[in-house]
Design a protein around this ligand. Structure first.
Ligand SMILES: Nc1ncnc2c1ncn2[C@@H]1O[C@H](COP(=O)(O)OP(=O)(O)OP(=O)(O)O)[C@@H](O)[C@H]1O
Length: 326
């Protein structure tokens, strides 16, 4: 697949979409100025409907249904080349300039093409049609969200954590911070065991050797304390987000209530509420999760590999019946 390049008409912005509600732009520090908005010609785009045919250089994709839609994307189940089922993701323009949408698509395509790993969603194809940008991905069965709501058995939590951590270690070895590890972005496929596939690299960052980076956009519900306190994100922030996922899987409830007002959310993250709740679980796994949720990064695990070294030593893993190594 060719690397994405700028194609299509000159700069313009889209007319559609709803404003962001759960994601927030990080405020600029004093001394930085955003570029004043330029008057740009606007184009009106039409989202694909069921039955529509999308065309790429590789063939046609017939839209069967809408799998779901998020802030900056909509995902369609399609039957495409070789009669295979795909999850075709459209980058939702959300009234942004054309160049910005293109750049987000190009970044995500490039990341997915480079980051081939059994626990990272597989990309087959990427194309543009009628000013809209698409990625054809492997179709997974459901997001992790569908498995939450009831406490999971420790053995299952650890098996999912094992795969999640393997993917996170792989990203970190490639100097990428994902930064958006919420349950909708952790996809599950079922084979002889549930297979984890990390997706959505829309706001991921390349560290380029730096220990941390200042994100432009953050997802409120999964902000690590260093994002709240100092506005930067690092590999440890990803491990904090994995800690939030493990807490949710183990207890059936999120460490931070879903409907918290923003100020209260900030207070709880800054006050170390998630870690306190994890400690209250009162089991070795609870204590391990509490360490992932420490407020200061220096007290957290230094790598996904290190988390796994502790996880695999737990009796729930050592004495498991399910998920034996093959
Ligand atoms: N490859 C895939 N296979 C199956 N379902 C998918 C796939 N990719 C995404 N989905 C599902 O489609 C829905 C929309 O995904 P999308 O990435 O657009 O938004 P999101 O992750 O829910 O939110 P946000 O964009 O705010 O992070 C989600 O429920 C997601 O789990």
């Amino acid at each position: 697949m060719a690397a994405p390049t700028m194609i299509g008409p000159p700069p313009m912005s889209y007319r559609e979409g709803a404003p962001s509600t759960s994601m927030q732009a990080v405020p600029m520090p004093a001394g930085f100025h955003s570029t004043p908005a330029m008057a740009m010609p606007r184009i009106t785009v039409q989202y694909p409907q069921v039955g529509a045919i999308l065309t790429s250089a590789r063939g046609h994709y017939e839209v069967q249904s809408v799998v779901g839609s998020g802030e900056f994307g909509a995902v369609y189940e399609c039957v495409g080349p070789f009669d295979q089922v795909y999850a075709v993701k459209m980058i939702r323009p959300a009234n942004r300039p054309y160049g910005e949408v293109h750049a987000e698509w190009a970044r995500e395509v490039q990341r997915l093409m480079l980051l081939r790993h059994p626990n990272v969603v597989f990309i087959y194809d990427a194309f543009e049609e009628n000013f809209l940008y698409y990625l054809a991905l492997e179709r997974c069965d459901h997001p992790l969200t569908a498995m939450l709501g009831h406490p999971m058995q420790e053995g299952l939590v650890i098996e999912l954590a094992r795969q999640l951590l393997a993917a996170v270690q792989f990203l970190h070895d490639n100097d990428i911070v994902h930064d958006d590890l919420h349950p909708g972005n952790v996809l599950i496929s079922h084979a002889d065991r549930p297979i984890v596939k990390i997706s959505d690299f829309g706001i991921s960052h390349e560290l380029r050797g730096a220990p941390a980076i200042r994100p432009n956009v953050v997802h409120h519900k999964i902000m690590a304390p260093e994002v709240v306190a100092a506005g930067y994100t690092s590999k440890q922030s990803d491990l904090y987000q994995v800690g939030l996922l493990l807490y949710w899987m183990l207890t059936g409830t999120p460490a931070l209530a879903l409907e918290l007002p923003y100020q209260e959310l900030i207070r709880q993250v800054g006050g170390g509420e998630p870690r306190r709740r994890a400690e209250q679980i009162g089991t070795p796994l609870g204590h391990l999760i509490a360490k992932m949720l420490r407020r200061r990064e220096v007290y957290r695990y230094t790598s996904a590999r290190e988390v796994w070294a502790d996880l695999r030593a737990l009796p729930a893993w050592q004495n498991r019946d399910l998920f034996r190594a093959k």
